[in-house]
Design a protein around this ligand. Sequence first.
Ligand code: NAP
Length: 299
Amino acid sequence: MLTGLNIVIMGGDARYLEVIRKLNEMDAQLTLIGFDQLDQYFNGAVKADIDDIDAAKVDAIVLPANGTDENGFIETIFSNKPVKLTEEWLEKTPAHCSVYSGIGTPYLERCLRSANRELVKLFERDDLAIYNSVPTAEGTLMLVIQNTDFTIHGANVLILGLGRTGMTLARIFHALGAKVKVAARRPEHLARIAEMGLSPFHIDDLESHVGDVDICLNTIPAKVLTGKVIAKMPAQALIVDIASKPGGTDFRYAEKRGIKAILAPSLPGIVAPKTAGRIIANVLTDLLIEKFGEESEEA
Ligand code: NAP
């Protein structure tokens, strides 16, 4: 349980309703900033403005998946009021106060470093990334079905990267009967791809493997689908790039060649906000119990 723990939830999208629900169930004392237009009522959780809070009593702060923007503003889809996280405000929190964000942004990292507070980047954790790979792969599948006029079964599918999401995509498209090739750079990844019954090749050889591709799914956050590679693809190929912005595709050149290329960010929050919210909530709860569990139960 998280009894007595003062947690401030600052902004967030529909996924964060699951986070509020779970932390409320765990008996944390919740203050919600940026939720003034939310109709749903959570017994015991208090809606507030950042200026109304006594920062000295805050044990943990939960930020949206994308942290803050470059000026420190927080995305608040349930409010029109701007919410800004500042170094001065963070300095007033107790030294043990931790900030939980999906990712770190330059502003956030700078701010937390100066205030000397811990920043936990949830989306960098293996457990969360692996759980999240499921709604991400389902969202990718949805986009592929919507943007093709042939079955995935029997299609030549090329997956770039065998990280946490690449592996899930490879499994799902293989299970649907696609002919799956996966590009990676580490020998152990190439070995794993072969072990999975798929066709491995080194990412450096990408140009020579795209000639017959029907669907190319990129998970590598680096420019891998360059103009030179795209030039070798069939004109009717589909590219879905799920890597973090700006993706790994030369979108300008793809468009020039008439190849449909889609940059698809934030799929879990779009296709399965409830599941994606539960994933964040469960990992966050485990971390809070690990850090504060005993003290909070004594409180
Ligand atoms: P990950 O586990 O780190 O996998 C990334 C893969 O890319 C790894 O296999 C890595 O290989 C490879 N890679 C990185 N840089 C490379 C380079 N320069 N050349 C060749 N290979 C390279 O990450 P993930 O969790 O699967 O996520 C993949 C991307 O998708 C990230 O950008 C993430 O932010 C994004 N994402 C998007 C969504 C969405 O909804 N669109 C959802 C989840 C994740 P090594 O192991 O050899 O470094």
